[in-house]
Design a protein around this ligand. Sequence first.
Ligand SMILES: [Zn+2]
Length: 286
Amino acid sequence: MAALIDLRHLGNEGVIASYLLEGPEPALVDCGPAICLPGLEAGLARLGLALADLRHILLTHIHPDHAGAAGELVRRHPALQVHVHEVGAPHLVDPERLERSARRLYGESFDGLFGSIAPVPAENVRVLGARALGLEVVPTPGHAWHHVAFLDADGVCYAGDALGCLLPPGNFLYPASAPPEIDLEAWEKSFAALEERAPGVVRLPHFGEHGDACEIIFRARGRLRDWAGRVAAGASEAEFVEEAVRELVEEAGEAAALYRQLPGLDLSYAGLVRYFTKKAERERSG
Ligand SMILES: [Zn+2]
């Protein structure tokens, strides 16, 4: 059994979710940022649990909106095991570089958006293999090198940021393509890897459960291709953002304002530009 916990990021419902996997050893899929710890605690309490009951955290990736609270959770409850891709593991133990990179992106809003990032002691970190806690671990690079999705036996996919963000009641699905690690080739393979497994249900951290998993994959891939195409064709940031805002308003309607809680469309542009610039550099150097 699994339950969605709305972390009520900055008091808003429906922006960042964590998922509780119930059982003898309760686990979270992504624990959210430190600033959401009160929301996590309240969400667990509604399900009859306390933070101390948790035994595991499965991380789709280490970005602060997914994993920022892990160090603080372990500090309070040293029995917690934090499962993460091997490339992400050293950055949990020593989060300085991760924090610097995120601060570069978010500037002065970093602290208000995420809170602090405490290190996770090495002895609490478990490097992910092919399976974890009975779930299949599916490497899904593209949004980040070390990104994974988790798939349970019932066809439920915990997709992290691999399939983009969709904030109900809005129906605008967009790829989280902020810098610095966007890789379109890898992302295409990740879409294919998920599609091959034909999940029935997708659970998104941003946000909620969607019963039309194949459609979500199809739409996420389509929009990423569209956006990448615009950047490759030389769209300026202003042109890119204008077009994306038009799509946002058309597809999200009244919920458009909610999307402002997530990384901006200018960051999605910057991530794609960086990808194409790096690619051109690689090709030049042979
Ligand atoms: Zn992310």
